[in-house]
Write a protein that binds this ligand. Structure first.
Ligand SMILES: C[S@@+](CC[C@H](N)C(=O)[O-])C[C@H]1O[C@@H](n2cnc3c(N)ncnc32)[C@H](O)[C@@H]1O
Length: 198
């Protein structure tokens, strides 16, 4: 099963991945989100990895962070890196309506590890975690593709639509898109979207 491959893959490469995470810019987008957040916001990070730099930034800005990730190794690292965070091993495919109530949801480089046909369902769940005006900051694919490749020496699976379909999914889930661009850091292209729940 694809989810098992992704989980086992990140369990193997978590430390390597952390060592090269600095190649991808995130702070620029986090600053944009933070400017829109009220003080003491609670943020859910889906596919939080080792929590650095995203959750570290949010905690330093005074947010409460809940991080979920399918990889227990990533969650171990996140707990070590950020004892102030609240981290749990979870598969985003099994989220339930309303089970979190937060001010914002972030997800960097993670949603494209689950089959693209399920992305609409995931954004619908995310919508249920937010009040009106709640925010999302997500990284999505910059072109449509599905397949497996070598990733830091292990087999890894990705599945994503391109920008137009991603936009449609997020709008269909009940968000207004307030910022969007193709980020080219790390020598790769990703679509970054900030949305607000209508
Ligand atoms: C490329 S890493 C990004 C980690 C972190 N968001 C960051 O920006 O450094 C992708 C993360 O998504 C997690 N992930 C993949 N599929 C997942 C799923 N179905 N549910 C939860 N997390 C998942 C992986 O375990 C991995 O930690």
């Amino acid at each position: 099963m694809k989810q098992e491959m992704v989980k086992e893959g990140y369990n193997k490469v978590a430390e390597n991945y952390s060592n090269q995470r600095g190649d991808f810019s995130s702070i620029f987008y986090l600053e944009k989100l933070e400017n829109l957040l009220k003080e003491n916001s609670t943020v859910l990070d889906i596919g939080c990895g080792a929590g650095v730099p995203v959750d570290k930034y949010l905690i330093e800005k005074g947010c409460k962070v809940i991080g979920i990730d399918i990889s227990d190794k990533q969650i171990d690292l996140a707990r070590k890196n950020l004892p102030q965070g609240n981290f749990e091993v979870r598969d985003m495919s099994n989220l339930k309506d309303n089970e979190y109530q937060v001010d914002a949801v972030v997800s960097f480089y993670a949603i494209f590890h689950v089959p693209k046909e399920t992305h609409q369902k995931i954004f619908n769940k995310i919508n249920s975690f937010l009040c009106q005006g709640g925010l999302i900051l997500v990284t999505m694919g910059a072109s449509e593709w599905e397949g497996e490749e070598n990733f830091h020496g292990t087999q890894m699976y990705w599945s994503h639509y391109g920008p137009e379909k991603n936009r449609e999914i997020i709008q269909e889930a009940g968000f207004e898109i307030i910022f969007e661009e193709i980020d080219e850091s790390g020598g790769e292209k990703h679509q970054i979207i900030i949305g607000k729940k209508l």
